[in-house]
Design a protein around this ligand. Structure first.
Ligand code: FRU
Length: 364
């Protein structure tokens, strides 16, 4: 997409393997230029340096020096979940737009610190949820907004993968043996780093779920997590939200240990969403070329091809630049205001699982 100018972009902190995917989007955008990357470990940056032909002066082990030297328009941040709050608080004073890779934060308090830090600048922050770019879910939201299934009453969500250590950037596969060897070292498996399937995947479900529910907040949250011997974090969580009448119960399940990875072969249960409205239902599964619709007029479940994403609305890099160029509203799930409701639900789920009871939604 053509732009009025070139946007200089940096990538800071390679904890999440999606950094590689995001930098590829920068590389492929004619209006964006990758001007620097920073991480404590040169080794973790090596494949990016090779893939995008970066020069030595564009590679930093000190993120502050990276920002001071390159003065970017956009900083992509992929730290471990527990460090999202601190990272944004520290980067915001450099007056750069910020893309934080999912999830929003480890806690609502961190999310609020991030929002406050960015509010003190004139810059934009987006939280990127890769699921927000899957055509089935975008199509589902469009049909909901057009009233095709009436008012949404229930959201059912199941998602995850075989585990965070079974793939690296660009979904390159890692063997089960190698993944098991890495478990004890990896931040994904550390409670202190906000690891675990709930922190990794519940935000996806409740952020897109709240988008489908038009910003509606639940009253109460009940969550149960598994408890595998030898692991500090969960690999499976099941959560129920209760909404005020006439909205019923919605449920959100996260799993590291699906039978197959959804991007290769959909496992059963299928990864994605089922949405029930007053006039119809939709099933919207990750990566599928169709969604399945049922309405009062046509009650037999039928396939609807997914939408082709519009230019400017195809991935987070393109979208952030499109937003900066045109002032268009942010894609719903990337907007911190909507993500904050998701974070309220995640915090409530963590508390519920810990105390083994139903809790009232946390936060204002
Ligand atoms: O589980 C680790 C990670 O794997 C993905 O499913 C795909 O890369 C991410 O959405 C998640 O954060």
């Amino acid at each position: 997409m053509s732009t009025s100018r070139l946007y200089n972009v940096v990538g800071i902190n390679f904890d999440h393997m999606h950094m590689g995917d995001l930098l590829r989007q920068v590389h492929e955008h004619p209006g964006a230029r990758l001007v620097g990357i920073a991480d404590q470990s040169r080794e973790r940056m090596a494949s990016t340096v090779a893939a995008f032909g970066l020069t030595e002066d564009q590679v930093f082990t000190d993120w502050q020096l990276c920002l001071e030297t390159t003065k970017p328009d956009i900083a992509i941040l992929c730290p471990k979940t527990a460090e999202h709050g601190q990272a944004v608080v520290e980067v915001a004073p450099y007056q750069t737009h910020v893309l934080v890779e999912k999830p929003f934060a480890a806690t609502l308090a961190d999310a609020d610190r991030m929002i406050a830090a960015m509010a003190a600048t004139s810059k934009t922050m987006i939280i990127n949820w890769p699921l927000a770019w899957y055509p089935p879910h975008v199509t589902t939201k469009r049909l909901i907004a057009e009233g095709t299934i009436g008012e949404v009453l229930e959201v059912h969500y199941y998602d995850g993968n075989r585990g965070p250590l079974r793939h690296i950037a660009d979904k390159v596969e890692i063997t089960e043996e190698e993944a098991n060897r890495q478990k004890s070292q990896a931040w994904w498996y550390q409670r202190e780093a906000a690891g675990g399937s709930l922190q990794d995947y519940l935000g996806y479900g409740v952020t897109l779920g709240t988008w489908f529910l038009d910003g509606r907040k639940p009253l109460e949250v009940t969550c149960v997590t598994d408890n595998k011997p030898g692991l500090e974090v969960d690999e499976h969580s099941i959560m129920v939200c209760r909404y005020a009448s006439p909205y019923g119960l919605s449920k959100f399940e996260t799993r590291w240990g699906t039978f197959t990875d959804p991007w290769t072969l959909q496992p059963q249960p299928k990864c994605g969403f089922v949405v029930l409205g007053t006039h119809g239902t939709i099933s919207s599964y990750d990566y599928e070329p169709v969604i399945r619709l049922q309405t009062r007029e046509r009650p037999e479940t039928h396939e609807v091809p997914v939408d082709t994403l519009a230019p400017g609305w195809r991935n987070p890099i393109e979208h952030l630049i499109h937003h900066l160029e045109t002032g268009c509203a942010l894609h719903g799930p990337l907007d911190p205001a909507l993500c904050r409701i998701g974070q309220q639900i995640v915090d409530s789920a963590v508390l519920s699982a810990r105390e083994r009871r139903t809790v009232t939604l946390l936060g204002e």
